[in-house]
Design a protein around this ligand. Sequence first.
Ligand SMILES: [Zn+2]
Length: 416
Amino acid sequence: MVLTLCVLPFYVVSAQQIAIRAGHLVDPATGTFAENQIILIENQTITDVGSNLDIASVDEVIDLSESWVMPGLMDAHVHLTTNFPHDIGSGVSMASFYLTESNAYRVLRGVNNARDVLNVGFTTVKDVGNDGNYVAIDLGRAIERGWVEGPTVVATGKIIAAFGGQSSGISPDQSHVWEFEYIDADTPDEIRKAVRQNIYYGADAIKLVADNSAFYYTEEEIGAAVEEAGRAGLSVAVHVLGGEPARNVIMAGAHSVEHGFLLDDELLRLMQERGTFLVGTDFPLEHLQAMAMFIPDPEGLSRAIIDRLRRAHEIGVKMAFGTDVVIDLPSRNRGEMALDYLGVWQEAGVPASKTLQCMTTNAAELLRIQHERGAIASGQFADIVATTGNPLDDIQELRSIHFVMKEGRVIRSDTR
Ligand SMILES: [Zn+2]
């Protein structure tokens, strides 16, 4: 018997090197910029940044010498796989959506939304649940493997909530249908188990809803989630609007308050003291008007949101940009709608430099990825976007993003 050995040739593959000429390099952490910088990238990572780098031997030079170059944007509150139809009227239960859509359908929607948000410049998102049976985690894995295009996904898995999740009005004759989207957890021990379940299925962070019903989570219950998640190195985000439930969330040491539309100054000061992030999901009026099924008084809520954002900024609460787009507006995609929130931040008087910081540096800190994303510096992933004008002067310049790089790969490069 002849044994044939198949000898594979040995190739030495040199790293692909790219240099970006950045006309104005923005540092969101300090709100400053430097002129005529070069960013060196090897494969997925930034290897050097400076004004006098030798680029004679690089494989490719990308000329952004007329542009403003900055780290990719982050959205700390998305639901990539969820969407409600535009303008469907009031009295519709959330359950009616997730009962009629399969996991497969949900993840395909997620693929579509992931591509759209990346295309406008969001290179990282935090998906905070409502993803059926953990499909946002699978979507994130598919993006990581390069099967589909999208941002890095930090996913929380199923939302943990007190009995009923965010449903209402489900008949007692039905089984717990909301458990397709939520985990019922009504004691500290049940909360610990729910946290463990999410970690087991691949969650990168934990999300709770604290105040869906007249009953709401106690400080002890939130604290159980914080402690259990903390042991695994995960942060805890909590949906809460204000009042006593919000106090419980803040005092228990949760890492972020999601929404917080009804936070008064006292609670905002408490957040500032304790370093709790606000992910305000500061909806534009036009979006609220399209959500008649959930929002009875869009104008009133819009005023409250702007006022709360202004006060949070003035009190110095740590904030990360988060959107929460879950509806369709005619002829608009998820990425374009996410940028509509910039107008609300302007209206609330938040300076452009601070808004950009909330979309990069601060979001990276909340998502616990600041050592690898959120800055243009050696050792960071090459998640880079470019605008035509200065976003430190006018945050609406982010609508002019014409270049998007994700982990060293050019996703979009428009000629302008
Ligand atoms: Zn949400």
